[in-house]
Ligand binder design. Sequence first.
Ligand SMILES: NC(=O)c1ccc[n+]([C@@H]2O[C@H](COP(=O)([O-])OP(=O)(O)OC[C@H]3O[C@@H](n4cnc5c(N)ncnc54)[C@H](O)[C@@H]3O)[C@@H](O)[C@H]2O)c1
Length: 445
Amino acid sequence: MKYRKPKDSDSDYSDSDPSMMPPQNSTPFYRQSWFLPILLLMTILLWLQFTPSNNGKDKSPKHSDFLSLSPAELKDIISSEIRSHLISKSVELPKQGEFKSYPPVKVIPDQDRLRICVTGGSGFVGSHLVDRLMMAGHHIIVIDNMFTGRQKNVAQWLGHPNFQLIIHDVINPIMLEVDQIYHLACPASPPHYQYNPIKTIKTSTEGTMNMLGLAKRVKARMLLTSTSEVYGDPQISPQKEDYWGHVNPIGPRACYDEGKRVAETMMYAYESQGNVEVRVARIFNTFGPRMHPNDGRVVSNFIIQALQGKDITIYGDGKQTRSFQFVDDLVEGLIRLMNGNYSQPVNIGNPEEYTVKEFAELIKGLTKSNSSIRSLPATKDDPKQRRPDISTALEQLGWKPIVPVTVGLEKTIQYFRKELEESGEITPTGPNASRPQNTMRHSED
Ligand SMILES: NC(=O)c1ccc[n+]([C@@H]2O[C@H](COP(=O)([O-])OP(=O)(O)OC[C@H]3O[C@@H](n4cnc5c(N)ncnc54)[C@H](O)[C@@H]3O)[C@@H](O)[C@H]2O)c1
């Protein structure tokens, strides 16, 4: 049969010249490009057909049923068969009643639900903040590198549709779409932040810069959790926000103190130059459940020592003062600050002042412990007094602490009792740099 030149074409095919004829399809069928995929599909079909399921009462269609189907219909059937086969073989679906239950979450209209990023959200303070924001009905994205954070602090939310945990180090940039950023990521206890001082500096500087860059790009409001440590070893008491501080820039605490001071500087540079809405909280000593048992801080060490009947150790003569706030009060202050109109730094702490020795005695009494109180040499650059002036928080946010220290301590003691039950024994961390330890009991214990 002669090849007919297509009428609507201007091609050069000639009726007479065989070299100009289109190529004839003379390749055997088993070398055609469609042969292998079809062979593979047929093999899968046969495999599915002869693999017993449903206790041998397989109701899947027979081989002959497929012969009349089009390739597209075949493809659909095969992919659904493969999926259902894999699901029935390998995925354990939870039985009814086994679904995880979450703490109650307020149902709010979509337009009121904010996307909120909490860096350091699996740490002590961060996880309490996440609880409050989740329960208020917002969508929360936690960013944490798990240096001092613990997944168990946010385990109650894992799998919730409003919650995401991203393991990420803030010294690397991240792209997200969020409305607010609570920037907490930074180890807070002296042994932990002194363990890798360069990393602590990078976290406060590069980390804050990255989060500010994100805030600027997506026009999110950003709150920095700064610290009373920006006042260093203060020469005035109580400390008000306009006090510039007394910090040793090259001492062992400088990586944290100076890091936070630079972070504050960056916040206000991005506010004036980049129009970022900023909030700065200067947090004073905070305590409560979910404190890291190895953080070496006064509250955790004293409680752990008292509960185990070990000596309660004080660094120095114990006359240095501290003021302690319960974590629920802090979280309330942070949320008010974020959502208020005041953009200058605000002290958030409890002005009730104790000497460290008085505090040790208070904890000894509350735990009904027989421990002795023992003095060890003072640590370098340990501030002699720490007490916030909270008049700005009161005026601008209508905030003041409301949880009595003893009530907060009772809850914290209960938490550490449970931690001790799980881990057997906890050795409190000393004043020197130390890596956060996993306190969970090993299986052979
Ligand atoms: N707890 C206090 O008494 C207190 C006092 C003053 C200021 N603050 C500030 O509050 C914030 C939270 O403190 P906390 O007591 O919950 O401490 P924390 O150590 O329990 O929490 C810090 C969290 O940040 C994470 N993190 C650290 N470096 C990171 C990095 N580079 N990238 C990502 N995640 C990182 C840790 O894994 C942890 O989950 C800190 O910024 C701290 O400086 C706390």
